[in-house]
Design a protein around this ligand. Structure first.
Ligand SMILES: *Cc1c(COP(=O)(O)O)cnc(C)c1O
Length: 386
C-alpha cells in the first residue's frame, strides 16, 4: 500500500473485553461486512451499534450504572443537563400544554420554557409545591406537566414530593423531577412516583468539573420516547464525556457522604459567624423544610449550603475577594468547595420580582461543599467574614 493509503486506514485491532476499565469508544460510526448486517441493525432485528448519535458502549455503561443507583428500568445519556430537561419535557408532553414550574426552579429550566417552549405554544405557570392544599388548588389543567427539583437551587427547599406527585397525577399532570442537587445518594424520585428524573451529570455525578453531560432516567416505556428524541434531535453527548462521568461516578457515594457531612458541619459553624443574616441548609432545624427533608431524603441532606449576608452585594463581594481556599465558580458539584452568586449566574434568567418572590437577592451566596477537611473550609469562611 502507498503511504497515502496507509495513513487513512483505520485500526483493525480487536478490543479485549476483559479490560478492567472501559475502553473509550471514541468513534462516530461502525463498519460492516455487508448490507444485510446494517439493515438488520437499523431495523432493530439485531443488537449492536451503527452510528454514535443513536448509541455507544460508553453511554450504555454509564446508563446501566445510573439505572442501578436510581432504581430505574432505563437511562438515556444526553449532551447536557439542559438537553436532558428539554428531551424529558418533549418526551412527556410533545404537544403544547401548561407547564407548572415549582417556585424555586433552576434559572436554566425557566430559560427552556421561556425561550424555546413558550414560542411553540406552551404556557408556563409558577406553582407553590410546599403546601399540598394550595398546590391542589393551583394545578387545574389536564394534560399538563409539573417540573420540580428534589432539593431546590439555591435555597435547599424540599417539597413533600411523594404527596405532591400523587395530587398532580390525580389531576392528569405528569411530573418531571430534577434530581441534580440530591443525586441518587440522597434521593430516588422515581420511588415517589415521578414520571421522569433528570440530572445535570456535569455536577455531582461527574464530580470533577471536567465535563458537560445530562441524564434522563425512568421506566422503559418513557425512556424509549426519550431515546428516540435524543437520536433524532441530536442531543447525544461525546463518548469521552460519558466515559469521564462514569469514572467520576464510581466515587459518588464516598464523595456525597463526605460532602454532606462537611456541609452540615459548615452550616452549623456559619450560623454563628459575623455578617451572616441566614444560613439555608435542609439539615439545620432552622430550615423551613427540615422535617420534610428528614422524611424524604436519605443519608443526609446534600452538599449545598446557602447564605444570606448582612450588607448584601458589597459584603458578598468582599467575602469572595478574601476567601483563600474556596473559589468563586458559577457551577457546583466539584470535589473542592466552591461558591457562586445565584443572582448573577444560575438565576439570571429570572426577573427581579421573580427572584424576590423566592428570596434570591444579591445578599445570597451558594456554597457547594467539597470533600476537604471541614476545619479548613470553616477556617477560610471565618477569616473572610471576620
Ligand atoms: C446545572 C444544572 C442544570 C443544567 O445542567 P447543564 O449540564 O449545565 O446543562 C439543570 N438543573 C440543575 C439543578 C442544575 O444545577
Amino acid at each position: 500500500m502507498d503511504i497515502f493509503t496507509k495513513v487513512v486506514e483505520p485500526s483493525r485491532l480487536s478490543i479485549p473485553t476483559n479490560s478492567v476499565a472501559d475502553p473509550i469508544f471514541q468513534t462516530s460510526v461502525y463498519s460492516f461486512d455487508d448490507i444485510e448486517e446494517v439493515d438488520q441493525l437499523l431495523g432493530g432485528q439485531r443488537q449492536g451499534y451503527s452510528y454514535t448519535r443513536g448509541g455507544n458502549p460508553n453511554y450504555d455503561s454509564l446508563a446501566q450504572f445510573i439505572s442501578g443507583v436510581e432504581g430505574t428500568e432505563k437511562t438515556v445519556i444526553t449532551s447536557s443537563g439542559t438537553a436532558s430537561l428539554l428531551a424529558g419535557i418533549l418526551a412527556l408532553r410533545p404537544k403544547p400544554c401548561t407547564i407548572y414550574l415549582a417556585r424555586e426552579i433552576y434559572g436554566g429550566t425557566v430559560g427552556i420554557c421561556r425561550r424555546i417552549l413558550e414560542p411553540m405554544g406552551y404556557v408556563t405557570k409558577w406553582v407553590d409545591t410546599h403546601d399540598e392544599r394550595v398546590f391542589a388548588q393551583l394545578i387545574t389543567k389536564q394534560s399538563s406537566l409539573l417540573i420540580v427539583e428534589s432539593i431546590s437551587n439555591p435555597l435547599g427547599r424540599i417539597s413533600p414530593l411523594d404527596k405532591i406527585i400523587a395530587i398532580a397525577h390525580a389531576r392528569g399532570a405528569l411530573v418531571l423531577v430534577d434530581n441534580t442537587f440530591a443525586t441518587p445518594f440522597h434521593a430516588s424520585p422515581i420511588e415517589w412516583g415521578a414520571d421522569l428524573v433528570v440530572h445535570s451529570a456535569t455536577k455531582f455525578i461527574g464530580g470533577h468539573s471536567d465535563l458537560i453531560l445530562g441524564i434522563v432516567t425512568g421506566s422503559t416505556e418513557r425512556l424509549s420516547a426519550v431515546q428516540e428524541l435524543v437520536d433524532v434531535a441530536g442531543f447525544t453527548p461525546d463518548p469521552f464525556a460519558a466515559w469521564l462521568a462514569l469514572r467520576g461516578a464510581r466515587t459518588l457515594a464516598i464523595r456525597m457522604e463526605r460532602a454532606s457531612t462537611n456541609a452540615l458541619e459548615l452550616a452549623k459553624a456559619l450560623e454563628s459567624m459575623p455578617c451572616i443574616d441566614r444560613v439555608y441548609y435542609p439539615g439545620l432545624p432552622s430550615h423551613p423544610d427540615h422535617e420534610v427533608a428528614k422524611n424524604l431524603l436519605r443519608r443526609g441532606f446534600g452538599a449545598i449550603v446557602s447564605l444570606s449576608l448582612r450588607g448584601g452585594y458589597d459584603t458578598v463581594q468582599s467575602m469572595i475577594r478574601r476567601l483563600k481556599l474556596v473559589r468563586f465558580v458559577p457551577s457546583l458539584g466539584d470535589v473542592s468547595t466552591t461558591l457562586s452568586h445565584p443572582v448573577v449566574a444560575s438565576h439570571r434568567e429570572l426577573t427581579p420580582e421573580e427572584k424576590n418572590a423566592v428570596g434570591i437577592d444579591p445578599s445570597v451566596v451558594r456554597i457547594s461543599v467539597g470533600i476537604e477537611s471541614v476545619r479548613d473550609i470553616i477556617e477560610d469562611f471565618a477569616q473572610a467574614l471576620s
